[in-house]
Write a protein that binds this ligand. Structure first.
Ligand code: NI
Length: 184
């Protein structure tokens, strides 16, 4: 089981590396890591279990955050009503197409690897076409928009050594470019 002590924090060089692609068939370790990362997200979103295991709630976790520099990420993006907008373990994910329209979360973003609040809009694209391979090696090509698209972009950034605050303007953190929607 992944606990907070297993998650590395900003300053650790692994978070700034470009992670390596996996090859198929996946190794047992690569499949287990994906499952463990998803289990972290599930438990962390359950109030009682999160309190029991002292987990910070997360909607995404990337392998570099547990010090494994491979292109693996888990995403569990819930809607406000508790429905699940997108849930899967992504192997070798990549964005095939992105919208011209941009989007930013009204609350800004946070990260399990960053123990501080960094205020400001993280401007991303609103819609993506995502390619990824699942735990069985099956290829998927899906369209995502708004919140789950933003979560996926945050996790893909981790695979490229990018942290969310790299996207926040230093001079004007709350200035939104034209053609950007704010997501509540
Ligand atoms: Ni993060």
């Amino acid at each position: 089981m992944i606990l907070m002590k297993d998650i590395i924090r900003e300053g650790n060089p692994t978070l700034r590396e470009t992670a390596q692609k996996v090859t198929f068939p996946l190794t047992q370790d690569e499949r287990q890591l994906g499952k463990d990362m998803m289990k972290y997200l599930e438990i962390s979103q359950d109030e009682d279990l999160a309190a029991k295991y002292h987990l910070r709630a997360g909607v995404g976790l990337a392998a570099p955050q547990v010090d494994v520099s491979k292109r693996i990420a888990a995403v569990l993006a819930p809607a406000n009503d508790g429905k699940i907008l997108f849930k899967d373990i992504l192997y070798n994910p990549r964005i095939l197409r992105e919208s011209v329209k941009h989007a930013a979360l009204n609350e800004g973003e946070g990260c399990l690897s960053v123990n501080r609040n960094v205020p400001g809009f993280v401007v991303r694209v609103d819609r993506i076409t995502l390619e990824y391979f699942d735990i069985t090696g099956q290829r998927h090509e899906i369209k995502l928009k708004d919140y789950p698209a933003i979560v996926v972009q945050h996790e893909l950034d981790h695979l490229n050594g990018v942290l969310f605050y790299d996207h926040i303007s230093k001079e004007s953190p709350f200035k939104l470019p034209e053609n950007t929607i704010v997501i509540e």
